[in-house]
Write a protein that binds this ligand. Structure first.
Ligand code: MRU
Length: 343
């Protein structure tokens, strides 16, 4: 299985996702600032993966924080990591989990606190893989046999600690013996689909075809696509879903053509404090991602640009939200809450 990130004696190592698919290189983050930088520059990306990276970053920072000023430094570490990217709620979830642990250990010797923070970050990592396997098990029966699954962006092993959410559903369907193939949207401007999804599915020997984003409607209309499965960066209480820019268009086209549109995400991606999608903060990234493609200019100098990294798909386009606790369908407000409360 692809290792997205791991502990080493020298710090946190992560596969550099800005260099894939042609360069497979691990970079070492020797302190929490390097982890924050890796999240911001998208060396590591994908909602669950940045949640895990943030938890590891907090643990790493705590190892290096001074005894004299531990709690003030701990807070700076949490705030620095939280300021990296605004949309994926898993980032804040990972940091909050570490903060709560620290608070529960008030009065313990700092050696114990540091040790427990390291163990907790490893647990966050390992749990994420187990969660993805459960998402896969709930999602696989929804995938029609003998058809094509369309996916957008990369919600795979690389976007998580391993196995993936949307790609976890695809992997589980293949493991269950279903004869399916995958269409991967290339996902402009950062090309997570062509660079990452195609790369990791090829490694698993899963039949994958790359299409540009503007081809999705054509194939959804053709009758060949059995379902769409994507990941999510944040899901509001009413089931509105923030995911990679372009997801909304795919969802509308899927509904228009009678193709079920599924979202695969862990419970940690649910943000029940936010009533609807309009309250989800959408990251705006640099114009250069749009005016140039990996060093090559593709627009005149001085071009005005918009580059929202995510969009919101209203819940009416969503056939089901596949979590590690089961599949929520409409009415989402009620059914997501039941899943979170474990009912
Ligand atoms: O900007 P990115 O690459 O971090 O965006 C990733 C996505 O939008 C994924 O679909 C989402 O995080 C789910 S990953 C399991």
């Amino acid at each position: 299985m692809i290792e997205t990130l791991r502990w080493t004696a020298a710090g946190v190592e992560m596969i550099d996702q800005t260099r894939l698919p042609h360069v497979e290189e691990f970079v070492l983050c020797a302190d929490y600032k390097a982890v924050a930088d890796a999240i911001q520059t998208m060396i590591i990306r994908g909602a669950p993966a940045i949640g895990v990276a943030a938890a590891m970053g907090v643990a790493l920072g705590a190892q290096q924080a001074s005894d004299e000023n531990f709690d003030a430094e701990f807070e700076t570490i949490c705030q620095t990591l939280a300021a990296t990217r605004p949309t994926a709620v898993n980032l804040f979830w990972g940091i909050e989990r570490m903060r709560r642990l620290r608070q529960s250990l008030a009065g313990e010797p700092l050696s114990v606190v540091r040790e427990k923070l390291m163990a907790e970050a490893q647990l966050v990592h390992d749990e994420d893989i187990a969660i993805n396997k459960r998402i896969g098990a709930f999602g696989a029966p929804l995938v029609p046999d003998g058809k094509t699954v369309l996916t957008h962006c990369n919600a795979g092993a690389l976007a998580t600690a391993g196995y993936g959410t949307a790609l976890g559903v695809i992997r589980a369907a293949v493991e269950a013996g279903k004869k399916i193939d995958v269409f991967a949207d290339e996902t402009r401007p950062f090309l997570q689909g062509s660079r990452l999804t195609v790369w990791e599915l090829q490694k698993d020997g899963i039949d994958t075809t790359l299409i540009t984003d503007n081809m999705a409607g054509h194939f959804l209309r053709s009758g060949r696509i059995g379902c769409v499965v994507v990941g999510a960066d944040r899901i509001a209480a009413n089931g509105d879903v923030a995911n990679k820019i372009g997801t909304y268009g795919v969802a509308v086209l899927a509904k228009e053509n009678g193709v079920p549109f599924y979202v695969a995400a862990p419970i940690s991606t649910l943000d029940l404090s936010i009533p609807g999608g309009e309250q989800i903060p959408i990251e705006e990234r640099s114009a250069s991602e749009v005016t140039a493609m990996f060093g090559h200019k593709v627009a005149p100098d001085g071009t005005k640009v918009k580059n929202p990294a995510f969009d919101v798909t209203p819940n009416r386009y969503v056939a089901g939200i596949i979590t590690e606790r089961g599949v929520a369908t409409a009415p989402f407000e009620e059914n997501l809450r039941k899943l979170v409360e474990g009912k």
